[in-house]
Design a protein around this ligand. Structure first.
Ligand code: SF4
Length: 111
């Protein structure tokens, strides 16, 4: 099993989840974080830290977020390790309240 970052994180990325992870399995893209499923030890520390509740265990994902299992897997291969540098901005706060953001996430053709 693994934990999975889902749609609410897109363009939000508060990053409260990164430091508490004991195995450094977060990866960071321009507007989104993902969890490397090969590294996650299923400890549940990160999910409780996320202020927008974007992180779920894979077996507890809402039906409309199931595609994020594959999205995390694919992007973890190409995103670099996440930094804990936090950028607070009014824009992030606005995006935190937007739920329909999946179309804004750029995915590579094939990974
Ligand atoms: Fe890291 Fe634990 Fe979250 Fe997995 S569940 S990403 S190991 S903090």
């Amino acid at each position: 099993m693994t934990f999975v970052v889902t749609e609410p994180c897109i363009k939000c990325t508060y990053k409260h989840c990164i430091d508490p992870c004991p195995v450094d399995c977060f990866r960071e893209g321009p507007d989104f974080l993902v969890i490397d499923p090969e590294m996650c030890i299923d400890c549940n520390v990160c999910a409780t830290e996320c202020p927008v509740k974007a992180i779920y265990q894979d077996k507890e994902l809402p039906d409309d977020q199931l595609e994020f299992i594959e999205i995390n897997r694919r992007l973890a291969r190409i995103y670099p390790s996440a930094t804990n540098v936090k950028v607070a901005s009014a824009e992030k706060d606005e995006w935190a309240n937007v739920r329909d953001k999946r179309h804004l996430l750029e995915l590579p053709e094939s990974t």
